[in-house]
Design a protein around this ligand. Structure first.
Ligand code: ATP
Ligand code: MG
Length: 421
């Protein structure tokens, strides 16, 4: 047997208690915000059939080509994948359980996603998202509402330097025309294409526009524009989204090169970007995906959604100087002697019955050393019990922020503690 210390998988992080408290606080805030817009929670498995992602996300995408943790179930040979994102699963679940037949659905989920990427600041192999999906809505009002929602959350968190980039991808007819023009344009400039672009030339030329290779930027900038091919319906939809954002004073920039890394998007796409996290500056991204539900086997269902990267948002909050919150305990119970110990555990349970948060000292030691632990715990009150107190069925109550220690009966303890905190 090897004694080598085992480490977490590269790119997959432990979230230790100090930081986890920040996560808990964040998740509570986000849930509260989601509920204020009527979104309801849905929870899908972490593992799905590989075919779901191949169909939903698209074969020629970074995710499906090289980022998925796919494996064969050793017991039955099924092809499975750790989810790289949640939209496909959410649409699959809604469809499988007939959520889409009656009313449209506003849904959200949160949790880990898995992508085999090169780990770096803001880019991990297990990372976390809050995903927000509105299924069954066709109009531009829901696109705008989702963007307004985001703006509200950034305000709530006091985030600075977060900018909205917006684009429309149009509908399939215009995309087909644009695609043909793109292929012939890039074919004329074959010698300037890098390896990725050459490979995508015929399978997914739109993704060439998404290239991060500096050497390709000039070529990309002069490429035929989808904007010149858009149908009236798609243009009107986009105009209305913009008008609603303007009415609510949400600033945006139109970025004609914004195409998103997944194939299922159409019409409105958006990204919220900050300049303060280095290269991994997109904290939230999404858009309309009217074709997805059909793609995974349902009836045509218009839909729109977005996902926020939790690690990146928390990094931004900390960058903004946010202090780590701390879960508080109300009471630390100090005790010495056998009779006192018995009373101490009874008293701790009684305080918890009254909904107080209580740390009962375990492991013995002098009063002095126990009081040090009480101090370090951040508790507002120490309850001190010696055999003397125990014999009288009483306890001493000491406010940790200073003030007189008082002796009270066990019966009056909760009231006394509540007066102090
Ligand atoms: P990027 O261009 O940064 O790779 P993406 O387009 O692949 O992002 P989406 O699939 O749209 O990202 O995911 C939505 C959000 O999830 C991103 O905007 C980002 O905040 C976060 N995210 C995506 N991939 C990672 C990752 N590997 N590590 C941490 N956060 C991530
Ligand atoms: Mg990516």
């Amino acid at each position: 047997m090897s004694n080598e210390t085992l480490q977490a998988v590269k790119g997959m992080n432990d979230i230790l208690p100090d930081e986890a408290e920040l996560w808990l606080w964040f998740e509570e805030e986000v849930r509260d915000w989601l509920h204020s817009y009527g979104y309801r929670n849905i929870r899908m498995p972490l593992v799905e059939p590989t075919a779901l992602f191949r169909r939903a996300i698209g074969e020629v995408t970074d995710i499906v080509e090289k980022e998925m943790y796919s494996f064969e179930d050793a017991l039955n040979g099924d092809h499975l994948t750790l989810r790289p994102e949640g939209t496909a699963s959410c649409a699959r679940a809604a469809l499988q359980h007939n959520l889409l037949y009656n009313a449209p659905q506003r849904l959200y989920y949160s949790g880990p996603m898995f992508r085999h990427e090169r780990p770096q600041k803001g880019r991990y192999r297990q990372f976390h998202q809050f995903g927000v999906e509105a299924l069954g809505f066709a109009g531009p009002d829901i696109d705008a509402e989702q963007i307004l929602m985001c703006a509200r959350l950034w305000r709530r968190f006091g985030l600075r330097d977060v900018a909205l980039q917006l684009n429309t991808l149009g509908d399939s007819a215009s995309r087909h025309r644009h695609r043909a023009k793109l292929i012939s344009y890039f074919e004329q400039h074959r010698d300037m294409l890098d390896a990725d672009a050459t490979r995508r030339l015929h399978s997914n030329p739109l993704r060439i526009l998404d290239s991060k290779n500096p050497a390709m930027q000039e070529l990309v900038a002069a490429a035929p524009r989808l904007a010149d091919e858009l149908e009236d319906d798609a243009l009107r939809h986009f105009d209305e989204v913009q008008a609603m954002l303007k009415r609510h004073d949400v600033a945006f920039e139109i970025n004609p090169h914004l195409v998103r890394g997944l194939d299922y998007y159409n019409r409105t796409v958006f990204e919220w970007v900050t300049t303060r996290l280095g290269a991994q500056g997109t904290i939230c991204a999404g858009g309309r995906y009217d074709g997805l539900v059909e793609q995974v086997g349902g009836k045509p269902t218009p839909a729109t959604g977005f996902a926020m990267g939790v690690e990146r948002l928390l990094a931004l909050l900390l960058e903004d100087g946010m202090a780590l919150p701390r879960a508080e305990v109300d009471v630390y119970v100090v005790h010495q002697g056998e009779l006192a110990s018995r009373l101490a555990s009874r008293v701790a349970e009684q305080l918890r019955d009254d909904r107080l948060r209580v740390l009962l000292h375990c492991g013995g030691g002098s009063f002095k050393s126990q009081m040090k632990k009480a101090d370090a715990s951040g508790a507002a009150v120490a309850v001190v019990i010696g055999d003397d107190e125990a014999q009288a069925n009483e306890v001493s109550v000491k406010p940790m922020q200073g003030g007189e220690q008082v002796r009270v009966s066990v019966q009056n303890l909760t009231a006394t503690v509540n007066q102090i905190i």
